[in-house]
Ligand binder design. Structure first.
Ligand code: BES
Ligand code: ZN
Ligand code: ZN
Length: 500
């Protein structure tokens, strides 16, 4: 999508669609009054009919409106002005983008000259709008003969300024880079496991590295064995697809003493459950089990494109969890790279086995601050629902930073406790720990397992099992991969000054 900024008046803009966001109970003044007048009172009539009140996500279409140069008008509700947030703006703008991208368009104009700014700056809104239209116009219809959504070739954002500042122009670039990250994560999650397996994921990562000037390193089976990653390798054993560990490094600063932010992703390209096999309904969406790794790749791509002055390493542990003849078995004792021995009591709790070795490797590479992302537990979905990310941490200050980044990005994350007594639940009779924690508190016992591998470094675990994959469409977002937490990680990197 090519996005431009202009000072054109809404009623004079040449476009297939003119999109106008309006707050609830909107007063007909300023630019909106001007538009209403051009329409011969069309918006006034719509308002008096009560057909459109400007409620959050509400839409109204006026086809072939006389008085406008644009061929169609779409009004989209913002809800109450006092409740405007990043999340409500994203919802409204993505709803608009989805509504108009169900058929082919060439030019779309979005009027930001008539909207209340509230606590927002104009560059921030321009960034959100650019991203929302790029994300909202992209479908999950990768293999449909007739696509459900069509990308928007040109977006023109209308502002009151005749000459948009450099700051406004760079807001477009930021929005575009974030959206391309979100869409990359979505595409990788949406691809079926036949297309997205450890080697093909690694090839995608290599392509991103080459395009963005990142250092790319891949550990194949012999290197993983050499590193002693017995935990990750055990998961891979049941599959014909060999595992990979991909490391991308981005050096955005040479500042002496700059700390390294490590982003670690679970990349289980398909989770059959192994021999503790999942039932059909639970397995149905398990191509999404590499969403953590996809989020890491997408975030590192966006951070590099934005040339943020930070040091980031992105680590992606890539395996397929299958039931082949050499698959790990219940009762097996695994030797992790960190030297911690693990009794396998459920082969479906494989994500933590992968992350254990990857987190330990991240420390060897010099990670100072860690965030891992994983579709780790159904228990987290039970606790928080499908739309909220679970956050668990060993360091409150670092966790607060990550949660603040999520809030700034308009993504919902909620912290779960990590009391020491949960550690009792992952004790094993034969080994140091076991890979399940019993019936209760499953999201937390999984995090407690991971905590054993981060050696007191500031670490936040984000369980994205609920929000990473949406089972159905909503007006503001497509079903399938969502790209959740890409925006948050970019926000975190933007705020990351090396120290908490
Ligand atoms: N990949 C799943 C978790 C998951 C569930 C992701 C739903 C997305 C949606 C994970 O590997 C898993 O199977 N976890 C088990 C752990 C249990 C065996 C301790 C679970 O949650 O049931
Ligand atoms: Zn599993
Ligand atoms: Zn899994």
């Amino acid at each position: 999508m090519k996005t431009s900024l202009s000072g054109q008046l809404p009623h004079l803009v040449e476009a297939d669609w003119l999109v106008v966001p309006v707050p609830e109970g909107f007063p007909l003044d300023g630019a909106l009054a001007q538009l209403d007048e051009a329409l011969g009172g069309g918006i006034t009539r719509l308002k008096s009919l009560n057909d459109f009140q400007g409620k959050g996500g509400e839409t109204a279409v006026l086809p072939a409106p006389s008085g406008l140069v644009a061929r169609r008008l779409l009004l989209v509700g913002l809800g109450s002005v006092s409740k405007l947030s990043v999340a409500t703006w994203n919802r409204a703008l993505q709803t608009a983008a989805r509504a108009i991208s169900s058929r082919a368009t060439d030019r779309v104009a979005l009027s930001l000259s008539s909207v209340p700014l509230g606590n927002f700056t104009l560059p921030h809104l321009v960034q959100l709008a650019t991203a929302a239209f790029e994300v909202g116009s992209r479908g999950q219809d990768l293999f449909k003969s007739e696509p459900k959504r069509r990308p928007i070739p040109h977006l023109e954002i209308l502002l009151s300024e005749q000459n948009p500042s450099a700051e406004l122009q760079s807001a477009v670039t930021v929005g575009q880079a974030i959206a391309e990250g979100v869409n990359l994560a979505r595409r990788l999650v949406n691809l079926p496991a036949e297309a997205m397996y450890p080697e093909s994921f690694a090839a995608e990562a290599r392509a991103v590295a080459e395009a963005c000037g990142l250092t790319y390193k891949v550990l194949e089976q012999p290197a993983l064995e050499q590193e002693g990653m017995g935990s990750l390798l055990a998961v891979a054993r049941g599959s014909d697809r060999p595992p990979r560990l991909v490391v991308l490094s981005y050096e955005g600063t040479t500042e002496p003493g700059a700390k390294v932010l490590a982003l670690v992703g679970k990349g289980v390209t398909f989770d059959s459950g192994g021999l503790s096999l999942k039932p059909n309904d639970s397995m149905l969406t398990m191509k999404c089990d590499m969403a953590g790794a996809a989020t890491v790749l997408a975030a590192v791509q966006a951070i590099a494109r934005l040339k943020l002055p930070v040091r980031v390493i992105g680590l992606m542990g890539l395996v397929e969890n299958m039931t082949g003849g050499r698959a790990m078995k219940l009762g097996d004792v695994l030797h992790s790279r960190a030297g911690v021995t693990i009794e396998v009591q459920n082969t479906d709790a494989e994500g933590r086995l992968v992350l254990a070795d990857v987190l330990d490797y991240a420390l060897t590479l010099g990670a100072d601050y860690l965030v891992d992302l994983a579709t780790l537990t159904g228990a987290c979905v039970v606790a928080l629902g499908e739309e909220v990310v679970g956050a668990m941490s060993n360091n409150q200050a670092w966790c607060d930073r990550v949660l603040a980044a999520a809030q700034a990005a308009g993504e919902d994350a909620w912290q779960l406790p990590m009391f020491a007594h949960y550690d009792e639940l992952i004790k094993s009779d034969i080994a140091d720990i076991r890979n399940v924690g019993g019936r209760w508190g499953g999201a937390i016992t999984a995090a407690k397992f991971l905590e054993r591998f981060v050696r007191d470094k500031p670490w936040v675990h984000l369980d994205i099992a609920g929000p990473a994959f949406a089972s159905s469409d909503k007006p503001h977002r497509e079903g399938g991969g969502t790209g959740v937490m890409v925006r948050t990680l970019v926000e975190l990197a933007r705020s990351f000054q090396g120290e908490v």
